[in-house]
Ligand binder design. Structure first.
Ligand code: ADP
Length: 413
């Protein structure tokens, strides 16, 4: 018989929390759903819970009073268990949370079970008289964890694969854009040259016919130049993706550039039915890349004519300290709140394709250029109430490496 767990009861009436008689360890062990055992100094089982007996594959009674090595199956990691019990008995130090991996043959298939065991000394009068074992079967928990981990790993692998495919698709698209834009540029240039030559020959040989053909040739010229600027836009996008769009700043008067661009656009504004007013005066010198400044102005002005058709457009330019501030204001369709959050993004548009043509790249490129110059572009607008695009450009180019790296560098072949 093993040691008793005594309760302070002695024939008197039970109080709260008291039993009629002491609870015997035997009673506890036969009902506990925990894997527990008490082993004496001779490594014999003093008590074993039903749960641990079941783990050992022997009835509880077959354990009691018998040495561990006789009871436990040779597959039960016995050596280690007995060794640990002996150590606890000798040192009086507990051993907690020891993980035991146990492989048992079953129907030709080896089954792996995982346990966690703790070994504690049992003392009487300061002397270690036995060791108590607690064994927890972790097999099911580990199986669920392993399944969850495998599921998470599968999901991660699927996500990573999708990301790789997307990156590859984006790379292929950028490469295609770059190749296509370069390939399209050559025949376009040649077509413009041949058109000019042809006209010159016709005018030389038959001036009357030359005059008759002039309006048609102007349409052809305009359409070719539109195609040319679309191709340049595509080229810019692929250069930006490759970090190869470049800037060549030089001394300029921004007032002059704005005046020239507004003049160049006067016909387009007239065609769009926009009355144009320009508020610029004096001069505003600074260092900017003329081609890129023109590109930004072309974009803002052509958008004002396109989305503000039939209504007045105002352009203003002022110097504010070291900044040039340009505003292009139209009274057209305006932009929704959702549209404003997106319109500086690549291929982003806030209008339907059926009503307005466009690639949704102009403002994206504009913003990249402006930010690479150390400036900013913002928009104030509301649906149906026109839009004002405000450009702030520093009069001096930014010192390379002074700000966040842009996708633009210094132009050069
Ligand atoms: P695109 O004009 O080719 O679509 P942009 O990048 O120049 O490309 O403009 C992006 C979107 O921003 C446009 O599709 C349009 O929805 C909106 N947008 C730009 N300028 C204006 C404007 N002045 N008024 C209203 N909407 C504008």
């Amino acid at each position: 018989m093993g040691p008793e767990v005594t309760s302070p009861v002695g024939g008197r009436q039970e109080g709260p929390g008291e039993c009629a008689r002491p609870v015997a360890l035997t009673e506890l062990m036969s009902t506990l759903p925990l894997g527990m055992a008490v082993v004496d100094r001779n490594l014999c089982f003093v008590e074993v819970s039903e749960a641990l007996a079941a783990l050992n594959g022997q009835p509880r009674e077959a354990h009691l009073g018998r040495p561990m090595d006789e009871v436990m199956s040779p597959h039960s990691s016995l050596g280690d268990t007995a060794r640990r019990v002996r150590r606890v008995l000798e040192t009086g130090e507990p051993l907690d949370g020891v993980e035991i991996i146990h492989r048992e043959p079953g129907g030709g298939v080896e089954r792996t079970r995982v346990f966690r065991a703790s070994y504690h000394p049992v003392r009487r009068g300061g002397e270690v008289i036995a060791a108590c074992l607690y064994v927890e079967d972790l097999t099911e928990r580990r199986r669920v964890e392993a399944q969850r981990d495998a599921g998470a790993a599968r999901e991660r692998a699927v996500r990573e694969q999708a990301l790789r495919e997307t990156q590859e698709a984006v790379r292929a698209r950028d490469e295609f854009l770059s190749v296509a834009a370069h390939e399209l540029r050559t025949p376009l240039t040649s077509m413009r040259l041949h058109l000019q030559l042809l006209l010159r020959q016709v005018v030389g040989a038959q001036p009357v016919l030359g005059q008759e053909l002039a309006p048609r040739s102007q349409v052809l010229e305009r359409q070719l130049s539109r195609l040319g600027s679309l191709v340049n836009t595509l080229l810019d996008v692929s250069r930006l993706a490759a970090g190869k769009l470049s800037l060549e700043p030089r001394e300029l008067d921004l007032v002059q550039v704005v005046r020239q661009m507004v003049d160049a656009f006067s016909e387009e504004f007239a065609r769009a039915g926009c009355e144009l007013s320009v508020h610029v005066s004096g001069s505003l010198p600074g260092q900017w890349d003329p081609l890129r400044v023109e590109q930004v102005l072309v974009n803002l002005l052509s958008n004002a004519a396109k989305y503000g058709a039939g209504r007045p457009v105002e352009v203003s330019l002022v110097g504010e300290g070291t900044m040039a501030v340009l505003a292009v204001k139209d009274h057209g369709i305006g932009i929704s709140e959702d549209g404003m959050a997106r319109l500086f993004g690549k291929f982003e548009r806030a209008v339907s394709e059926r009503h307005y043509g466009g690639l949704g790249l102009g403002l994206y490129i504009t913003r990249q250029i402006v930010e690479a110059m150390g400036g900013s572009i913002t928009v104030r607008s509301a649906q149906g109430q026109g839009s004002t695009f405000i450009l702030r450009l520093p009069t001096q180019p930014r010192v390379p490496g002074a700000g966040p790296p842009g996708a633009l560098g210094t132009r050069g072949k």
